[in-house]
Design a protein around this ligand. Structure first.
Ligand SMILES: [Zn+2]
Length: 290
């Protein structure tokens, strides 16, 4: 999790998953794993605390209910919608799981959320059927294929000329919780335009530079968070008072003191916000000027 640009560890097998015989062989592989995601988006976990269960597929493969996530370290992994006796949320699981498993559970939740919320064709309304081992929903009435969707959202670390960081408090958060600003990308809007708009709306600031730093899938229920760092053209903050209740600039020392005294609570470890703030505190967040 140090850099931003690594390849994924999950092989999604997009070129193989249309081959039904190959998919059946993966289902029958003695090493195959079957995860479950329940209606609250919680993932089945194993007996000993927060680890993935060693649960193998049993019974017949049902292409409408068993979705192939792909191969991880050569091991086929499937997921189904279903309740389990022990389950954990992504916010709990992501900080403690190894990288390969963290990627699996995020993919599992995202895929099951999509199937659960998209049973009908968006064009003609007919009931769709699952194809490509869980990656496509095909409409038998109009022939259209639908693929899993993500909703893009931007999240931005705003720095002033002295490299202070802007943190805001959302009205809906518990007292003391602060984070960097974020918001959904509007229809027909570029990511950079969304950054400028959100920062103007929520904090009343103009930006002199915006740079992309990295992204994170955030399947609550289907966001893709796109992280940026930006330089504010000034320091005068005017919060909207609706979404953002208050905001302020922090030096690294001020933030450390505020966190240690419990005056400020930072975002949870699973989030891209945590990662961006941690990189700024460590002095390794890329500069907005490149
Ligand atoms: Zn249709």
């Amino acid at each position: 999790m140090s850099g931003w640009g690594e390849a994924g560890l999950l092989d999604r097998c997009e070129h193989l998953r249309g081959d039904a015989a190959w998919v059946l062989r993966q289902w029958g592989d003695p090493a195959a794993l079957l995860l479950a995601v329940d209606s609250a988006g919680l993932v089945s976990v194993g007996g000993a605390g927060l680890s993935l269960p060693d649960r193998h597929p049993s019974g017949a493969y049902d292409p409408q209910a068993h979705y192939l996530l792909g191969l991880t370290q050569g091991r086929p992994v499937f997921v189904e919608a279903g309740e389990s006796q022990q389950a954990g949320g992504l916010r709990e699981l992501m900080p403690v799981l190894p990288d390969a498993e963290r990627e699996l559970v995020v993919a599992a939740v995202a895929l099951v959320n999509w199937h659960r919320t998209s049973p009908h064709c968006g064009r003609c309304g007919a009931l769709t059927e699952v194809t490509a081992a869980g990656l496509v929903r095909h409409c038998p009435a109009c022939g259209r294929d639908r693929f899993p969707r993500s909703d893009p959202a931007i999240i931005v670390a705003i720095l002033d000329a002295d490299d202070r960081l802007l943190l805001g408090h959302q009205a809906v958060w518990p007292t003391g919780r602060m984070s960097i600003l974020a918001g959904f990308v509007s229809a027909g809007e570029s990511l950079e335009q969304a950054v400028h708009r959100e920062v103007a709306e929520e904090a009343g600031l103009r930006l002199s530079g915006v740079r992309y730093v990295g992204s994170q899938p955030w399947p609550f229920p289907r966001s893709l968070m796109l992280g940026f760092v930006a330089r504010a053209a000034g320091t005068g903050i005017e919060v909207d008072g609706v979404e953002i209740e208050h905001a302020r600039w922090f030096t690294r020392d001020e933030l450390t003191a505020a966190v240690e005294s419990d005056e400020v609570g930072l975002p949870g470890e699973a989030s891209i916000a945590h990662r961006i703030v941690a990189q700024w505190r460590a002095g390794i967040l890329p500069s907005p000027e490149g």
